[in-house]
Design a protein around this ligand. Structure first.
Ligand SMILES: [Zn+2]
Length: 454
Protein backbone atom coordinates (compact mmCIF):
# COMPACT_ATOMS: atom_id res chain seq x y z
CA UNK A 1 0.00 0.00 0.00
CA UNK A 2 1.48 3.36 -0.93
CA UNK A 3 1.27 5.85 1.90
CA UNK A 4 -1.13 8.73 1.32
CA UNK A 5 0.44 11.97 0.15
CA UNK A 6 1.21 14.49 2.85
CA UNK A 7 -1.09 17.45 2.79
CA UNK A 8 -0.74 20.84 4.35
CA UNK A 9 -1.50 24.29 3.15
CA UNK A 10 1.21 26.13 5.03
CA UNK A 11 4.35 24.23 6.19
CA UNK A 12 7.65 25.58 4.95
CA UNK A 13 10.10 23.40 3.06
CA UNK A 14 13.80 23.71 2.45
CA UNK A 15 14.36 26.21 -0.31
CA UNK A 16 18.07 26.81 -0.49
CA UNK A 17 19.73 24.59 -3.07
CA UNK A 18 16.38 22.91 -3.62
CA UNK A 19 16.98 20.81 -6.74
CA UNK A 20 13.34 21.03 -7.74
CA UNK A 21 13.97 24.60 -8.88
CA UNK A 22 16.02 25.19 -12.03
CA UNK A 23 17.32 28.61 -10.92
CA UNK A 24 17.63 30.60 -7.67
CA UNK A 25 15.06 33.09 -9.00
CA UNK A 26 12.52 30.30 -9.42
CA UNK A 27 13.16 29.17 -5.83
CA UNK A 28 12.79 32.73 -4.58
CA UNK A 29 9.50 33.25 -6.45
CA UNK A 30 7.80 30.02 -5.39
CA UNK A 31 6.22 31.06 -2.06
CA UNK A 32 4.80 34.29 -3.43
CA UNK A 33 3.42 32.73 -6.61
CA UNK A 34 1.75 29.94 -4.62
CA UNK A 35 0.32 32.36 -2.09
CA UNK A 36 -1.19 34.51 -4.84
CA UNK A 37 -2.43 31.50 -6.79
CA UNK A 38 -4.28 30.03 -3.80
CA UNK A 39 -5.90 33.39 -3.18
CA UNK A 40 -6.97 33.99 -6.78
CA UNK A 41 -8.46 30.54 -7.39
CA UNK A 42 -10.85 31.05 -4.47
CA UNK A 43 -12.48 34.00 -6.24
CA UNK A 44 -15.31 32.74 -8.48
CA UNK A 45 -14.72 34.26 -11.93
CA UNK A 46 -16.66 31.94 -14.22
CA UNK A 47 -17.68 33.61 -17.49
CA UNK A 48 -21.02 33.02 -19.20
CA UNK A 49 -21.45 32.45 -22.93
CA UNK A 50 -25.17 33.31 -22.83
CA UNK A 51 -24.70 36.69 -21.20
CA UNK A 52 -24.86 39.83 -23.29
CA UNK A 53 -23.01 42.09 -20.87
CA UNK A 54 -19.28 42.83 -20.89
CA UNK A 55 -17.69 41.32 -19.00
CA UNK A 56 -20.17 38.46 -19.26
CA UNK A 57 -20.31 38.11 -15.46
CA UNK A 58 -19.83 40.89 -12.90
CA UNK A 59 -18.01 38.54 -10.51
CA UNK A 60 -14.94 38.62 -12.75
CA UNK A 61 -14.49 42.17 -11.48
CA UNK A 62 -14.04 40.79 -7.94
CA UNK A 63 -10.68 39.49 -9.09
CA UNK A 64 -9.70 42.31 -11.45
CA UNK A 65 -10.31 44.82 -8.64
CA UNK A 66 -8.23 42.71 -6.26
CA UNK A 67 -5.43 42.56 -8.84
CA UNK A 68 -5.55 46.33 -9.41
CA UNK A 69 -5.22 46.87 -5.63
CA UNK A 70 -2.34 44.41 -5.38
CA UNK A 71 -0.52 46.06 -8.29
CA UNK A 72 -0.86 49.40 -6.49
CA UNK A 73 0.43 47.78 -3.30
CA UNK A 74 3.45 46.54 -5.25
CA UNK A 75 4.12 50.19 -6.05
CA UNK A 76 2.99 50.55 -9.66
CA UNK A 77 1.63 54.00 -10.29
CA UNK A 78 -0.60 53.96 -13.35
CA UNK A 79 -2.76 50.96 -12.50
CA UNK A 80 -6.02 51.18 -14.42
CA UNK A 81 -9.20 49.15 -14.27
CA UNK A 82 -10.78 49.88 -17.66
CA UNK A 83 -14.50 50.31 -18.23
CA UNK A 84 -14.58 46.82 -19.74
CA UNK A 85 -12.96 45.22 -16.71
CA UNK A 86 -9.39 44.81 -17.94
CA UNK A 87 -6.48 45.70 -15.66
CA UNK A 88 -3.59 47.58 -17.28
CA UNK A 89 -0.41 48.63 -15.47
CA UNK A 90 3.17 49.59 -16.22
CA UNK A 91 6.46 48.49 -14.73
CA UNK A 92 9.01 51.08 -15.88
CA UNK A 93 12.15 49.57 -17.36
CA UNK A 94 15.72 50.56 -18.06
CA UNK A 95 15.87 50.02 -21.84
CA UNK A 96 14.48 47.98 -24.71
CA UNK A 97 11.04 47.58 -26.26
CA UNK A 98 7.88 47.56 -24.13
CA UNK A 99 6.91 43.96 -23.39
CA UNK A 100 3.26 43.04 -22.75
CA UNK A 101 2.38 40.26 -20.28
CA UNK A 102 -1.22 39.03 -20.56
CA UNK A 103 -3.39 36.51 -18.70
CA UNK A 104 -7.15 36.05 -18.35
CA UNK A 105 -9.02 36.05 -15.03
CA UNK A 106 -12.16 34.14 -16.08
CA UNK A 107 -12.66 30.38 -15.83
CA UNK A 108 -14.47 27.88 -18.04
CA UNK A 109 -18.15 27.08 -17.61
CA UNK A 110 -17.41 23.36 -18.13
CA UNK A 111 -17.22 22.85 -14.35
CA UNK A 112 -18.27 24.90 -11.34
CA UNK A 113 -15.95 27.67 -10.17
CA UNK A 114 -17.87 28.35 -6.96
CA UNK A 115 -16.27 27.55 -3.58
CA UNK A 116 -12.99 26.36 -5.03
CA UNK A 117 -11.06 24.68 -2.21
CA UNK A 118 -7.49 24.11 -3.35
CA UNK A 119 -5.27 21.64 -1.55
CA UNK A 120 -1.49 21.50 -1.66
CA UNK A 121 0.07 18.04 -1.68
CA UNK A 122 3.58 18.75 -0.36
CA UNK A 123 6.52 16.70 -1.55
CA UNK A 124 4.31 14.47 -3.72
CA UNK A 125 5.26 10.81 -3.31
CA UNK A 126 4.07 9.59 -6.70
CA UNK A 127 0.95 7.75 -5.53
CA UNK A 128 -2.67 8.31 -6.59
CA UNK A 129 -4.10 11.59 -5.27
CA UNK A 130 -7.66 11.08 -4.03
CA UNK A 131 -9.54 14.37 -4.05
CA UNK A 132 -11.07 14.85 -0.59
CA UNK A 133 -14.41 16.38 -1.59
CA UNK A 134 -15.29 13.49 -3.94
CA UNK A 135 -13.27 10.29 -3.39
CA UNK A 136 -14.34 9.00 -6.82
CA UNK A 137 -12.17 11.70 -8.33
CA UNK A 138 -8.59 10.49 -8.38
CA UNK A 139 -5.48 11.91 -10.04
CA UNK A 140 -3.55 8.88 -11.20
CA UNK A 141 0.09 9.11 -12.27
CA UNK A 142 -0.53 5.96 -14.33
CA UNK A 143 -2.92 7.98 -16.53
CA UNK A 144 -0.91 11.14 -16.26
CA UNK A 145 2.75 10.81 -17.25
CA UNK A 146 3.54 14.46 -16.56
CA UNK A 147 2.24 14.09 -12.98
CA UNK A 148 4.28 10.89 -12.61
CA UNK A 149 7.40 12.94 -13.41
CA UNK A 150 6.51 15.45 -10.68
CA UNK A 151 7.39 13.22 -7.75
CA UNK A 152 8.87 15.43 -5.04
CA UNK A 153 7.04 18.52 -6.26
CA UNK A 154 4.28 20.32 -4.37
CA UNK A 155 1.06 19.68 -6.29
CA UNK A 156 -2.03 21.90 -6.11
CA UNK A 157 -5.36 20.22 -6.85
CA UNK A 158 -9.05 20.91 -6.29
CA UNK A 159 -11.13 19.06 -3.73
CA UNK A 160 -12.80 17.24 -6.63
CA UNK A 161 -16.04 19.24 -6.72
CA UNK A 162 -14.95 22.23 -8.82
CA UNK A 163 -12.37 23.14 -11.38
CA UNK A 164 -9.17 24.68 -10.03
CA UNK A 165 -9.04 27.66 -12.35
CA UNK A 166 -5.30 27.34 -12.96
CA UNK A 167 -6.45 28.23 -16.48
CA UNK A 168 -5.57 31.00 -16.28
CA UNK A 169 -4.98 32.01 -12.65
CA UNK A 170 -1.63 30.24 -12.81
CA UNK A 171 -0.70 32.75 -15.52
CA UNK A 172 -2.10 35.64 -13.46
CA UNK A 173 -0.17 34.57 -10.33
CA UNK A 174 3.06 34.10 -12.32
CA UNK A 175 2.86 37.56 -13.88
CA UNK A 176 2.02 39.10 -10.49
CA UNK A 177 4.88 37.21 -8.84
CA UNK A 178 7.37 38.26 -11.52
CA UNK A 179 6.26 41.90 -11.40
CA UNK A 180 6.42 42.00 -7.58
CA UNK A 181 9.90 40.46 -7.73
CA UNK A 182 11.14 43.09 -10.19
CA UNK A 183 9.59 45.92 -8.15
CA UNK A 184 11.41 44.60 -5.07
CA UNK A 185 14.71 44.35 -6.98
CA UNK A 186 15.21 47.76 -8.64
CA UNK A 187 18.83 46.85 -9.34
CA UNK A 188 17.71 44.34 -12.00
CA UNK A 189 17.83 45.83 -15.50
CA UNK A 190 14.85 44.90 -17.62
CA UNK A 191 12.67 46.17 -20.46
CA UNK A 192 9.55 48.25 -19.69
CA UNK A 193 6.53 46.03 -19.02
CA UNK A 194 2.84 46.49 -19.65
CA UNK A 195 0.66 44.12 -17.63
CA UNK A 196 -2.77 43.22 -19.04
CA UNK A 197 -5.33 41.09 -17.23
CA UNK A 198 -8.36 40.30 -19.40
CA UNK A 199 -11.87 38.92 -18.93
CA UNK A 200 -14.13 36.55 -20.93
CA UNK A 201 -11.38 34.59 -22.68
CA UNK A 202 -13.24 31.31 -22.17
CA UNK A 203 -16.29 32.59 -24.05
CA UNK A 204 -14.19 33.76 -27.00
CA UNK A 205 -14.57 37.47 -26.28
CA UNK A 206 -11.38 38.01 -24.30
CA UNK A 207 -9.96 40.84 -26.40
CA UNK A 208 -13.14 42.26 -27.93
CA UNK A 209 -12.53 45.59 -26.19
CA UNK A 210 -8.76 45.31 -25.78
CA UNK A 211 -7.33 48.64 -26.92
CA UNK A 212 -3.92 47.79 -28.37
CA UNK A 213 -2.96 51.48 -28.68
CA UNK A 214 -3.78 52.16 -25.07
CA UNK A 215 -2.02 49.00 -23.94
CA UNK A 216 1.03 50.35 -25.72
CA UNK A 217 3.27 47.29 -25.79
CA UNK A 218 5.50 46.60 -28.77
CA UNK A 219 4.61 42.90 -28.57
CA UNK A 220 3.26 40.67 -25.84
CA UNK A 221 3.08 37.17 -24.39
CA UNK A 222 0.06 35.38 -22.99
CA UNK A 223 0.81 33.19 -19.97
CA UNK A 224 -1.90 30.66 -20.76
CA UNK A 225 -0.12 27.46 -21.78
CA UNK A 226 0.49 24.21 -19.96
CA UNK A 227 3.61 22.03 -19.82
CA UNK A 228 6.80 23.87 -18.91
CA UNK A 229 9.08 24.46 -21.89
CA UNK A 230 6.27 24.54 -24.42
CA UNK A 231 6.01 27.84 -26.33
CA UNK A 232 3.02 28.16 -28.64
CA UNK A 233 3.35 30.14 -31.86
CA UNK A 234 0.72 28.32 -33.87
CA UNK A 235 -3.06 28.06 -33.46
CA UNK A 236 -5.87 26.86 -35.65
CA UNK A 237 -7.42 29.22 -38.16
CA UNK A 238 -11.10 29.17 -37.39
CA UNK A 239 -14.45 30.20 -38.80
CA UNK A 240 -18.09 29.74 -37.96
CA UNK A 241 -20.42 28.54 -40.70
CA UNK A 242 -24.21 28.79 -40.45
CA UNK A 243 -26.59 27.02 -42.80
CA UNK A 244 -30.11 28.36 -42.67
CA UNK A 245 -32.92 26.35 -44.21
CA UNK A 246 -36.37 27.74 -44.87
CA UNK A 247 -38.95 25.04 -45.57
CA UNK A 248 -42.67 25.37 -45.82
CA UNK A 249 -45.01 24.63 -42.96
CA UNK A 250 -48.56 23.49 -43.62
CA UNK A 251 -51.06 21.89 -41.23
CA UNK A 252 -49.93 18.25 -41.12
CA UNK A 253 -53.51 17.11 -41.84
CA UNK A 254 -53.57 18.80 -45.22
CA UNK A 255 -49.91 18.99 -46.19
CA UNK A 256 -49.57 16.24 -48.77
CA UNK A 257 -47.37 17.48 -51.58
CA UNK A 258 -46.98 20.88 -49.93
CA UNK A 259 -45.00 20.64 -46.71
CA UNK A 260 -41.23 21.10 -46.91
CA UNK A 261 -39.86 20.10 -43.48
CA UNK A 262 -36.76 22.14 -42.58
CA UNK A 263 -35.83 19.76 -39.72
CA UNK A 264 -35.56 16.83 -42.11
CA UNK A 265 -33.52 18.89 -44.53
CA UNK A 266 -31.13 19.87 -41.74
CA UNK A 267 -30.74 16.19 -40.88
CA UNK A 268 -30.07 15.47 -44.57
CA UNK A 269 -27.00 17.71 -44.34
CA UNK A 270 -25.76 16.26 -41.04
CA UNK A 271 -26.02 12.73 -42.49
CA UNK A 272 -23.78 13.69 -45.39
CA UNK A 273 -20.90 15.01 -43.29
CA UNK A 274 -17.68 12.95 -43.63
CA UNK A 275 -17.93 9.94 -41.31
CA UNK A 276 -14.32 8.82 -40.79
CA UNK A 277 -12.43 12.07 -41.20
CA UNK A 278 -12.64 15.84 -40.82
CA UNK A 279 -14.32 15.73 -37.41
CA UNK A 280 -12.83 16.50 -33.98
CA UNK A 281 -13.53 12.93 -32.90
CA UNK A 282 -11.59 11.42 -35.83
CA UNK A 283 -8.60 13.76 -36.18
CA UNK A 284 -5.51 14.93 -34.31
CA UNK A 285 -2.16 16.61 -34.97
CA UNK A 286 -2.32 18.97 -37.92
CA UNK A 287 -5.56 17.67 -39.46
CA UNK A 288 -8.47 20.10 -39.41
CA UNK A 289 -12.23 19.52 -39.27
CA UNK A 290 -15.80 20.72 -39.69
CA UNK A 291 -17.89 20.24 -36.59
CA UNK A 292 -21.63 20.80 -36.10
CA UNK A 293 -22.05 22.61 -32.77
CA UNK A 294 -25.74 23.46 -32.74
CA UNK A 295 -28.98 22.60 -34.47
CA UNK A 296 -32.23 24.41 -33.86
CA UNK A 297 -35.43 24.66 -35.80
CA UNK A 298 -39.04 23.97 -36.60
CA UNK A 299 -40.80 22.52 -39.60
CA UNK A 300 -40.76 25.97 -41.16
CA UNK A 301 -37.10 26.85 -40.64
CA UNK A 302 -33.93 25.40 -39.18
CA UNK A 303 -30.38 26.55 -38.56
CA UNK A 304 -27.22 24.48 -38.36
CA UNK A 305 -24.05 25.96 -36.85
CA UNK A 306 -20.62 24.60 -37.56
CA UNK A 307 -17.11 25.48 -36.59
CA UNK A 308 -14.41 24.88 -39.20
CA UNK A 309 -10.77 24.58 -38.14
CA UNK A 310 -7.41 24.09 -39.83
CA UNK A 311 -3.81 25.23 -39.47
CA UNK A 312 -3.68 25.99 -43.17
CA UNK A 313 -5.78 28.88 -44.53
CA UNK A 314 -6.30 27.13 -47.88
CA UNK A 315 -7.53 23.96 -46.22
CA UNK A 316 -9.84 25.94 -43.96
CA UNK A 317 -11.39 27.36 -47.12
CA UNK A 318 -11.83 23.81 -48.45
CA UNK A 319 -13.68 22.85 -45.26
CA UNK A 320 -15.96 25.85 -45.65
CA UNK A 321 -16.48 24.91 -49.30
CA UNK A 322 -17.48 21.40 -48.27
CA UNK A 323 -20.36 22.86 -46.28
CA UNK A 324 -21.33 25.23 -49.11
CA UNK A 325 -21.42 22.27 -51.52
CA UNK A 326 -23.66 20.29 -49.18
CA UNK A 327 -25.99 23.29 -49.00
CA UNK A 328 -25.98 23.55 -52.81
CA UNK A 329 -26.73 19.82 -53.11
CA UNK A 330 -29.63 20.23 -50.73
CA UNK A 331 -31.01 23.15 -52.74
CA UNK A 332 -30.84 20.98 -55.87
CA UNK A 333 -32.43 18.04 -54.08
CA UNK A 334 -35.29 20.16 -52.68
CA UNK A 335 -35.68 23.27 -54.85
CA UNK A 336 -38.67 24.48 -52.82
CA UNK A 337 -36.40 25.07 -49.82
CA UNK A 338 -34.41 28.24 -49.37
CA UNK A 339 -30.86 27.44 -48.23
CA UNK A 340 -28.40 30.16 -47.24
CA UNK A 341 -24.84 29.86 -45.98
CA UNK A 342 -22.91 32.47 -43.99
CA UNK A 343 -19.25 32.19 -43.04
CA UNK A 344 -17.63 34.32 -40.38
CA UNK A 345 -13.91 34.32 -39.58
CA UNK A 346 -13.25 33.68 -35.87
CA UNK A 347 -9.46 33.86 -35.64
CA UNK A 348 -6.43 33.03 -37.74
CA UNK A 349 -3.34 30.92 -37.17
CA UNK A 350 -1.05 33.36 -35.35
CA UNK A 351 2.03 31.83 -36.99
CA UNK A 352 1.21 33.77 -40.18
CA UNK A 353 1.81 36.96 -38.21
CA UNK A 354 4.48 35.84 -35.74
CA UNK A 355 6.75 34.68 -38.57
CA UNK A 356 7.10 38.34 -39.61
CA UNK A 357 9.09 39.05 -36.43
CA UNK A 358 10.67 35.79 -35.28
CA UNK A 359 12.67 37.46 -32.49
CA UNK A 360 9.49 37.77 -30.40
CA UNK A 361 9.00 34.00 -30.14
CA UNK A 362 12.74 33.27 -30.10
CA UNK A 363 13.12 35.49 -27.05
CA UNK A 364 10.62 33.28 -25.21
CA UNK A 365 12.67 30.24 -26.25
CA UNK A 366 15.84 31.88 -24.95
CA UNK A 367 14.19 32.87 -21.66
CA UNK A 368 13.11 29.24 -21.19
CA UNK A 369 16.69 28.09 -21.87
CA UNK A 370 18.04 30.55 -19.32
CA UNK A 371 15.59 29.02 -16.85
CA UNK A 372 16.96 25.54 -17.48
CA UNK A 373 14.52 24.17 -20.07
CA UNK A 374 14.84 23.12 -23.69
CA UNK A 375 11.88 24.88 -25.35
CA UNK A 376 9.60 23.06 -27.79
CA UNK A 377 6.59 23.76 -29.99
CA UNK A 378 3.36 22.02 -30.77
CA UNK A 379 0.46 23.54 -32.73
CA UNK A 380 -2.55 24.33 -30.51
CA UNK A 381 -5.76 22.69 -31.70
CA UNK A 382 -7.67 25.77 -30.64
CA UNK A 383 -7.18 29.49 -30.35
CA UNK A 384 -5.73 31.94 -27.86
CA UNK A 385 -6.35 35.60 -27.20
CA UNK A 386 -2.86 36.01 -28.62
CA UNK A 387 -4.09 34.73 -32.00
CA UNK A 388 -6.60 37.55 -32.19
CA UNK A 389 -4.14 40.15 -30.89
CA UNK A 390 -1.46 38.99 -33.34
CA UNK A 391 -3.91 39.37 -36.24
CA UNK A 392 -4.67 42.90 -35.03
CA UNK A 393 -0.99 43.81 -34.92
CA UNK A 394 0.15 43.00 -31.37
CA UNK A 395 2.32 39.91 -31.86
CA UNK A 396 1.56 37.61 -28.90
CA UNK A 397 2.88 34.04 -28.64
CA UNK A 398 1.85 31.90 -25.66
CA UNK A 399 4.03 30.71 -22.77
CA UNK A 400 3.59 27.68 -20.45
CA UNK A 401 2.20 28.02 -16.92
CA UNK A 402 2.99 24.60 -15.41
CA UNK A 403 -0.70 23.71 -14.93
CA UNK A 404 -2.61 20.79 -16.45
CA UNK A 405 -6.01 19.23 -17.28
CA UNK A 406 -7.78 22.51 -17.72
CA UNK A 407 -11.58 22.85 -17.52
CA UNK A 408 -11.83 19.77 -15.31
CA UNK A 409 -12.20 18.87 -11.62
CA UNK A 410 -8.90 17.01 -12.09
CA UNK A 411 -7.07 20.23 -12.96
CA UNK A 412 -3.72 20.48 -11.16
CA UNK A 413 -0.53 22.54 -11.05
CA UNK A 414 3.00 22.03 -9.77
CA UNK A 415 4.25 24.80 -7.48
CA UNK A 416 7.79 24.28 -8.78
CA UNK A 417 6.65 24.51 -12.41
CA UNK A 418 4.61 27.65 -11.73
CA UNK A 419 7.69 29.20 -10.11
CA UNK A 420 9.70 28.13 -13.17
CA UNK A 421 7.22 29.93 -15.43
CA UNK A 422 7.40 33.07 -13.30
CA UNK A 423 11.20 32.92 -13.42
CA UNK A 424 10.99 32.59 -17.22
CA UNK A 425 9.03 35.88 -17.30
CA UNK A 426 11.79 37.58 -15.30
CA UNK A 427 14.44 36.25 -17.70
CA UNK A 428 12.34 37.33 -20.67
CA UNK A 429 12.07 40.98 -19.66
CA UNK A 430 15.75 41.04 -18.60
CA UNK A 431 16.73 39.67 -21.98
CA UNK A 432 14.78 42.35 -23.89
CA UNK A 433 16.88 45.05 -22.17
CA UNK A 434 20.06 43.52 -23.60
CA UNK A 435 21.24 45.51 -26.67
CA UNK A 436 21.62 42.43 -28.87
CA UNK A 437 17.97 41.52 -28.31
CA UNK A 438 16.58 45.05 -28.19
CA UNK A 439 18.00 45.79 -31.64
CA UNK A 440 16.25 42.69 -33.00
CA UNK A 441 12.88 44.21 -32.13
CA UNK A 442 11.26 45.76 -35.18
CA UNK A 443 9.80 48.50 -33.03
CA UNK A 444 13.23 49.46 -31.71
CA UNK A 445 14.90 49.60 -35.09
CA UNK A 446 12.10 51.35 -36.96
CA UNK A 447 10.00 53.73 -34.99
CA UNK A 448 11.59 53.98 -31.58
CA UNK A 449 14.91 55.32 -30.50
CA UNK A 450 15.02 54.40 -26.85
CA UNK A 451 13.04 52.86 -24.08
CA UNK A 452 9.93 54.74 -23.15
CA UNK A 453 8.93 53.83 -19.63
CA UNK A 454 5.50 55.28 -19.08
ZN1 LIG B 1 -6.87 29.92 -20.73
Amino acid sequence: MPSPPRRSSTGAWPRLADSRYPTPIAAELADDVLDRFLRYVQVDTQSDDDSETYPSTAKQLDLTKMLADELRAIGLEDVELTEHGYVFATVPGTSGPTVGLIAHVDTSSDESGTNVRPQVVRDYDGSDIVLPGDPRKVLRPSENPILAERTGHDIVTTDGTTLLGADDKAGVAEIMGAVAYLAAHPEIEHAPIRVGFTVDEEVGRGVDHFDIEEFGADFAYTLDGSEIGRIDDETFSASEVRIRIEGHSVHPGTSKGKMVNAIKLAAWIVERLPQDDLSPETTEGRRGFVHPTRIAGTTAEAELRFIARDFDAGKLEEHEQLLRSLADDLATEEPRAQVTVTVEESYRNMKEFLDAEPAVTEAADEAARRTGMEPWREPIRGGTDGAMLSARGLLTPNIFTGAHQFHSVLEWASVQDMATSAATIVELVKLWAEPEWATRSRSETHDRTAASPR
